[in-house]
Design a protein around this ligand. Structure first.
Ligand code: ZN
Length: 456
């Protein structure tokens, strides 16, 4: 009996090893294919250089949707279709201006941009005294008496002491997202927020802000970190400093757009879906390369890789290129709503929206069964520099699927430089490294291969 048991164990182990070897070979071919194909990099070049920045509702976003559709078709997807949504359509208008006047120092000009969703100042602009604060408590201490009629300058930096740049960003984001409304509640006439980046440079970084309904709306700006430091020094030297700001941004009626969806049909379980995606829309100051052109072309590359390597998935692989992540996330919301209504079974959803830098692993928002599987698969990823696996946030667009208990994954990359580019004019094609971009697509394709084969 003992002999039989030992034999069974040996046969099982041999099977497990040969299966692991087979997986290693497939994963190696996925990485080789991605690293030798110009497709993702050339696709990114087209998206950035020929289409450019593409905020929801813009002609560029419409052009991008059309183009993404055609690339997914030519990559060999079995079906490609548009999931229609209405998107918010905010327009920046003319280039914004900001300057200071001081009896002591004369005139200074600053690099600013309007925050996404902000109202404009009107053509004449706004001229007022300025008051610098670090947080909402300080704003409260100054109170209406000292704030009314002034421009509030939120100048708390994204904390450079933090290793995780997403945490540094998140720790300062309240000043951008709700700062303008909080300032308005004390009678401020406009707000200027220090850009949410740890780097000191000349680019202002935009991003969404939300007005609180019950409070007056005031024009909201972001100022570059370099200019924020200069402005802060000027205010210290001359508290009577006057600042002029001007923007002509406005909101247009909602516009029809959509998520672009493409599939490779599963051979055994076509009704069971593995989603992979990024978001097509981007802020329009730059070319939307790191955020999130890379995610779009990497998801496209998953289809191309599976087709070229003739990998036939058992489950349906569905690429969802989301629309409107930056303004109102209507693409992500609509997709989740449709899944809920149709009761479509989703095995997993993966998003790449942390920049096209060297991949380090995956975050997952899922149960213990998924954690256990990830642990088993770790050795297969070791050769490719993927070492980081932790429970955590996956991505904005797929986060709306969380309520439906779908395992969510985010591609983790080396984030040290991400916020040098995020939402700024510096986010251009040249900011992306070809190999790092290719590795991201390969990492997601390899994870999908394993999820498809073994499930959770
Ligand atoms: Zn993004």
């Amino acid at each position: 009996m003992k002999k039989i048991i030992i034999s069974v164990i040996i046969v099982f182990q041999c099977f497990a090893i040969s299966s692991q070897n087979k997986d290693s070979v497939v994963i190696s071919s996925i990485f080789s294919n991605a690293l030798t194909s110009p497709a993702s990099y050339e696709n990114l070049r087209h998206l950035c250089k020929d289409i450019g920045g593409r905020i929801g509702g813009s002609p560029q976003a419409a052009k991008a949707v059309f183009w993404v559709n055609s690339v997914l078709k030519s990559a060999g997807a079995d079906t490609v279709y548009l999931q229609e949504i209405k998107v918010r359509s905010w327009k920046r208008g003319e280039k914004e201006s900001c300057l200071s006047r001081s009896d002591k120092y004369g005139k200074d000009i600053f690099n600013v941009c309007a925050l996404g969703g902000s109202i404009g100042t009107g053509k004449k602009g706004i001229s007022a005294s300025i008051i610098e604060v670090q947080n909402f408590d300080q704003l409260k201490q100054f109170g209406e008496k000292q704030i009314k009629g002034k421009i509030v300058f939120f100048n708390r930096p994204a904390n450079p002491a933090l290793y995780n740049t997403f945490a540094a960003y998140g720790g300062a984001a309240d000043q951008r997202v709700v700062g303008p409304s909080i300032a308005a509640s004390y009678g401020a006439v406009a707000s200027i927020t220090r850009s949410l980046t740890v780097v000191t440079h000349k680019y202002p970084h935009t991003g969404i802000m939300h007005y609180i309904d019950s409070l007056p709306k005031i024009p909201a700006f972001a100022i570059s970190t370099l200019d924020a430091d200069i402005l802060s020094d000027l205010i210290k030297d001359d508290p009577s400093l006057k600042v002029y700001v001007r923007s002509t941004c406005y909101e247009r009626p909602d516009t029809i757009s959509g998520n672009v969806i493409a599939e490779i049909k599963g051979s055994e379980f076509p009704d069971q879906i593995i989603v992979v995606g990024g978001h097509v829309d981007s802020w329009e100051l730059g070319e939307g390369a790191q955020d999130d052109g890379i995610g779009v072309v990497q998801a496209m590359d998953v289809i191309r890789i599976f087709k070229e390597l003739k990998l036939k998935p058992k489950h349906t692989i569905r690429v969802v290129e989301f629309m409107d992540e930056e303004m109102a996330q209507r693409g992500g919301r609509k997709y989740a709503e449709t899944v809920m209504k149709s009761k479509e079974k989703h095995i997993a959803a993966i998003e790449s929206d942390e920049g096209g830098f060297t991949p380090q692993g995956f975050s997952f928002d899922a149960g213990e069964n998924v954690a256990k599987r990830m642990d088993q698969w770790k050795p297969l990823f070791e050769n490719y520099g993927l070492w980081l696996y932790h429970k955590g946030y996956s991505g904005v667009d797929i986060s709306f699927l969380k309520d439906q208990n779908i395992p969510l994954f985010g591609l983790i990359t080396d984030s040290q430089l991400y916020f040098d580019y995020h939402h700024a004019a510096s986010d251009v094609f040249e900011a992306v490294n070809k190999r790092q971009l290719q590795l991201g697509g390969a990492s997601m394709a390899a994870l999908i291969y394993l999820i498809d084969k073994y499930g959770f």
